[in-house]
Design a binder for this molecule. Structure first.
Ligand code: ADP
Ligand code: MG
Length: 488
């Protein structure tokens, strides 16, 4: 049977760690992930009996902010509940969550995948606390670190709306971009700030009901998300082709083997015995919505549209610059510096294009090559502005600019400082250029005659001589003009 006889359905559950100062239900530090084990803890997040949880107002506001940004419904009230299970990293033996009556219902995000627009609907978003971590030492002892216990997590649950690994990946990337724009999480996947569970099923093309879903837990990169979906599609197809049934189960992803492996089946699924958290009354949202509504920043898709209009970018350039909030801010700051130093003839679209091109090629190239976080690059927007203007005014050539930029990237020094230091400044003074040209002409009378006899090649030779004499520092355009003039 041919592969395209099946269609794939994917739903995602995405955990995002909020970057509040303190944890979800206590005052312990939430921002020092790398602290020594069990130093960011207090009786509340260690689950001591008799302690009381106090909900973090900032975490609730940010969850609602995220809901508003996704066009979701915010119910008038939501409440926390206990999800009961035993695990060594969960000292209370229950997790406080809010999935049953969540703070955010529905909403959607439009993404552009595989050449077409796709609206991915959300089921709900809830707020909960994370568990601690189990660490296995060299002698294979399991150690408990409770630094992460009680840190605030939002869980975003989508409808089964995606039909390919590509769509799921693009959705996850757009969601990350949105979250970073809102400033509610760094959504740094290497640090586990953003993690994905995928639900994948396949069914015969056109079948009425969805197939049996398989869940794969704890993927923490876009690459893994994509690979795990593609692997599951194939595994499930192979089972059906062999006349076997797909069993509803939870699987894990083995990245080195590139495959999913069974963890637990539906029969072994937990019964969490949910009940409302008796120590926290239900939260009414009306005032929070009023407060948060005005904090909605410009969202990535709005930003991309504005970049197209304001700077005359094509869609692709606009999107690649607006997608990452830090990059977008960097770009606009650079332009502001250029505008501030410019004279009356400032051409915004022209400079915008220059800066955008430089950022999406040279700057991003260096960022990727060196594995630097964008927030940690040493080149300030002010320096980027200086470099752009220096190229534009012919102070240095485009080729020299790459060397200057490489050093800026490494040292954080200013563009003009480096140009000065390296003696790179181009000779644009026509008087000086004229003098050098005269010397070259005097020394090459035969070549001059060749040129006058119509040999265009001779012109190139003379240019070469001038450039050699100036060690490449003469402005090529000026040399060209002066030489033509002199040879007339
Ligand atoms: P459960 O009761 O097992 O938690 P839910 O209905 O709550 O299942 O859905 C959990 C996630 O699985 C959601 O993201 C949802 O979109 C997705 N999902 C549900 N059914 C399917 C299916 N048949 N195929 C793929 N994904 C699904
Ligand atoms: Mg569910």
């Amino acid at each position: 049977m041919a592969m395209q006889e099946y269609e794939t359905t994917i739903g995602l559950e995405i955990h995002v760690q909020l970057k509040t100062k303190s944890k979800m239900f206590c005052g312990s530090d939430n921002m020092s992930v790398d602290a020594k084990p069990n130093t960011n803890v207090c009786p509340v997040c260690m689950g001591f009996p008799g302690t009381l949880p106090v909900p973090n107002a900032q975490a609730i506001e940010w969850t609602i902010l995220l809901g508003l940004a996704l066009g979701a419904e915010i119910p008038e009230e939501f409440n926390f509940e206990r999800k009961n299970y035993f695990y060594p990293d969960l000292p209370k033996a229950y997790q406080i969550s809010s999935a049953t009556n969540p703070p955010v219902i529905g909403g959607s995000l439009k993404v552009f995948a595989g050449g077409k627009e796709k609206e991915v609907h959300l089921h709900h978003i809830h707020l909960e606390e994370d568990a601690g971590k189990l660490v296995h030492d060299k002698s294979d002892n399991a150690l408990v670190d409770l630094n992460r216990a009680g840190t605030p997590l939002v869980e975003i649950v989508t409808e089964p709306d995606m039909a390919s690994a590509e769509e799921a990946k693009v959705f996850a990337q757009s969601l990350r971009s949105l979250i970073r724009h809102l400033g509610i999480s760094d959504a740094n996947m290497e640090q586990g700030n953003m993690r994905f569970d995928i639900n994948v099923s396949i069914r015969k093309n056109g079948a009425k009901d969805l197939g049996t879903k398989v869940e794969v837990k704890n993927l923490n990169s876009f690459k893994m998300l994509e690979r795990a979906i593609i692997f599951e599609e194939q595994r499930q197809k192979d089972l059906l082709e062999d006349g076997k049934k797909i069993s509803q189960e939870t699987r894990g992803w083995d990245d080195s083997k590139g495959k999913t492996l069974p963890q637990r089946s539906k029969e072994e699924a937990n019964d969490y015995r949910y009940f409302p958290e008796p120590d926290i009354s239900s939260i009414s949202t009306r005032e929070i919505v009023e407060k948060v509504k005005d904090q909605l920043p410009e969202l990535p898709q709005e930003k991309a549209k504005r970049f197209e209009e304001e700077y005359g970018f094509d869609k692709r350039l606009a999107e690649s610059l607006s997608d990452d909030v830090e990059m977008a801010e960097y770009f606009e700051k650079t332009l502001e510096h250029i505008e501030a130093s410019a004279k009356d003839d400032y051409d915004k679209k022209k400079y915008a294009k220059r800066v955008a091109n430089w950022m999406t090629t040279e700057l991003i190239g260096k960022v990727n090559e060196t594995g630097t976080e964008f927030s940690e690059i040493k080149v300030e927007p002010e320096n980027m502005a200086e470099l752009t203007v220096a190229i534009e005014n012919g102070v240095i050539s485009g080729k020299q600019a790459k060397d200057v930029f490489a050093e800026m990237f490494e040292t954080g020094k200013s563009a003009l400082g480096i140009i000065e230091e390296k003696g790179m400044k181009q000779i644009t003074d026509t008087g000086a250029i004229e003098q050098i040209i005269q010397e070259v002409l005097d020394a090459n009378l035969k070549v001059v005659e060749d040129y006058k006899a119509g040999k265009e090649k001779a012109f190139g030779f003379l240019i070469g001589q001038v450039m050699a004499k100036t060690k490449g520092q003469a402005n090529p355009k000026a040399v060209n003009e002066v030489l033509r003039e002199k040879l007339k």
